[in-house]
Design a protein around this ligand. Structure first.
Ligand code: M6R
Length: 616
């Protein structure tokens, strides 16, 4: 999603803006730009493509200024062109914007702006200019007026030529933070605390319908009526190593490698020292799980797949009926709910528009909400009734890896807490699960480091289609596998419940297809799920595709006895059933990573994708 940054200082700060833009790259973008005022004139540099292009332009055409705005654009309105890149400039104002102004075309015709402009930010800029210059509003009055007129979800920063050492920033629906620079000589405003982490960790979070006036030595925040507000300054400690790749080639590779530690950090706070005691989650202490008739879990992308996995845990371990819905669907559906239902919203960023709106819908329906989120200061963490934090740390690669596995670990714990209180555990011995959870980080480390993934990736990278199949809680892992593969390698990939293959997808199977079965053998052995998935895999290989099985030693042996051509990833044996989805996620991440590496794609910032999707 678009990233915005503004810096105001007494010194030349355009290099600060460039370095903050580098920290916004992870959000995904297709053009970038910077504007400042110099000698009462606009200084503007914009380029399409990577930030390197902007840096090269600035090297040949230097840019100076003590107050500047910068932007990374992820196209929503209008094609990826230099003209559509931000900042947008009108005679009196420069604007960077994130989000969508939904009524921009109505406003354009109401204020008789040129009809050919099809870009909401360009219209916003013209409107601010019009209200300021033609209608004679001061910059402050212009911002207050903007709240009355604009509809949609947005955050923007405006630099007025009449006040060239100040920034004006407004938020309605899209994130915006202010950073207080050292010794109060400069201030920052941007999309997140991460982008300014090299300069400041003193952060103020602006809320919806608030705006700020930011100067080099000071800043003030107001509501949409112009009343001054006092918001708390928060220390946002982001260790430098978390926002750098270290010795890794990609953030995704680093984030995959961090999973053993992340799983430990996510689980440890909730596992009491007494190893026979069940997990305990203090932020959920007031929930009476006996009185919850149904759980609804929602999220988008990988978070939705985590939700689908958790459905099996809530229904098996806690015996609570559980429904899972994509946040983008749930928010617009008339779904009957009973008053004691619990709604769990899952999000790494805590800023995904659809997930936030789904949570708000649940709250409007007077349902209790729980946010499972990775960014503690995010909107989701702040508005949910209960919050459980994953401890993944900043996830920079667009493809979710450590956030997804830590979501799974946290959801498993929540299901254990619920099951323990509901006394539905007899068959799932708490001590054995506790022991298994303690062993999870070490097992994860061995799956990441001891299994060779490259030989299989070398086969996958020349495939046209990859189909992942799985049953029960390996079905959502098959969905996640396909999402991971397609988003970073651009190979067409789909995930299916194994039983569905013969109902249509098998028509895709040919020599350029690989079918990968996520098939742990011990998994629900009483229902013969392994045997059934193998039969689905064999019926695919019989039609000429490359078959691959992810299973343990016995599973691989059984499968290859029937079909010696099958390729395999051999996982550790004896994994506790509840941990299978978490551990079987790791090979699918690594297969996607190595395949993308061989294809030479932009792994951390795949084309067309944004890290945090703050528009719907
Ligand atoms: O920040 P969120 O967890 O709410 O993001 C949800 C999805 O946008 C995200 O999981 C996306 O699907 C990832 N790129 C998947 O790797």
């Amino acid at each position: 999603m678009c990233g915005i940054i503004g810096v105001t200082s007494h010194q030349n700060i355009t290099h600060h803006v460039l370095s903050c833009l580098e920290n916004l790259e992870y959000r995904g973008y297709d053009s970038a730009g910077i504007a400042s005022v110099h000698n009462q004139k606009w200084n503007l540099r914009k380029t399409v493509g990577k930030l390197l292009n902007l840096k090269n332009l600035i090297n040949t055409q230097p840019l100076s200024g003590t107050t500047a705005v910068g932007h990374t654009r992820w196209a929503t309105h209008g094609p990826i062109t230099q003209e559509n890149a931000h900042p947008h400039i009108a005679p009196s104002v420069a604007v960077v914007h994130n989000g969508i102004i939904e009524n921009y075309d109505k406003l354009a015709s109401q204020y008789q702006l040129p009809a050919h402009i099809e870009n909401d930010t360009a219209i916003l800029t013209l409107l601010l200019d019009l209200w300021h210059t033609k209608h004679g509003l001061s910059p402050k009055e212009t911002l207050i007026h903007a709240f009355k007129e604009l509809e949609g979800s947005y955050a923007f920063v405006a630099l007025f030529l009449s006040e060239p050492s100040a920034l004006y920033a407004a938020r309605q629906g899209s994130p915006l933070v202010i950073g207080q620079g050292t010794e109060h000589h400069h201030h920052y405003v941007g999309s997140d605390a991460l982008c300014m982490a090299s300069y400041t960790q003193n952060i103020v979070y602006i809320e919806d319908r608030q705006w700020a006036h930011i100067q080099p030595h000071d800043f003030s925040i107001f509501d949409d009526l112009g009343n001054r507000l006092e918001l708390p300054l928060v220390k946002h400690h982001i260790p430098a190593h978390q926002v750098s790749k270290g010795h890794y080639k990609h953030f995704m590779e680093k984030e995959i490698a961090e999973q053993p530690l992340v799983l430990h950090k996510t689980l440890a706070p909730f596992l009491p020292e007494d190893t026979s005691a069940p997990p305990l989650i203090p932020s959920l202490a007031s929930i009476n799980w006996l009185k919850i008739p149904r759980i609804l879990i929602t999220g988008c992308g990988s978070a939705y797949h985590a939700a689908l996995t958790a459905q099996y845990w809530f229904e098996t371990l806690a015996q609570i009926p559980c429904q899972v819905e994509l946040a983008s669907e749930y928010r617009y559906r008339d779904s009957p709910a009973s008053p004691n239902d619990l709604v769990i919203a899952i999000s790494q960023s805590g800023e995904t528009k659809d997930t936030l709106e789904a949570l708000k819908k649940a709250q409007n329906n007077k349902l209790r909400t729980l946010g499972l989120v990775n960014v503690p200061s995010s909107s989701l963490a702040r508005i949910a009734d209960h919050t459980v934090l994953t401890e993944a740390g900043p996830e920079i690669g667009v493809a979710s890896t450590k956030a997804f596995s830590s979501q799974l670990a946290a959801l498993l714990l929540i299901a254990c807490v619920a099951g323990n209180q509901r006394n539905t555990f007899p068959q799932h011995n708490i001590t054995s699960l506790r022991n298994a959870l303690e062993s999870l980080p070490a097992l994860a480390s061995s799956v990441i480091n001891d299994i060779p993934y490259l030989p299989i990736a070398e086969i996958l990278h020349s495939m046209r289609t990859i189909l992942y199949i799985g049953r029960n809680f390996c079905y959502p892992i098959a969905l996640e596998a396909a999402l991971k593969m397609k988003e970073i390698s651009y190979i067409h990939a789909e995930g299916y419940a194994s039983g569905e293959l013969k109902h249509g997808p098998i028509a895709l199977v040919d020599k350029l297809t690989s079918v990968i079965a996520v098939a742990p053998p011990s998994h629900l052995s009483e229902k013969n799920l392994f045997v059934k998935t193998m039969s689905n895999l064999h019926s695919s290989t019989a039609r000429g595709c490359t078959g691959i099985i992810i299973s343990d030693k016995n599973g691989v042996k059984d499968a290859q006895e029937q079909n010696p051509q099958l390729l395999s990833i051999t996982m550790p044996s004896g994994i506790h059933t509840a941990l299978i989805p978490i551990l079987y996620t790791l090979p699918i991440q690594l297969l996607a990573y190595h395949t993308a590496l061989l294809k030479g794609t932009d792994i951390d910032q795949p084309r067309n994708l944004a890290k945090s999707v703050t528009v719907e």
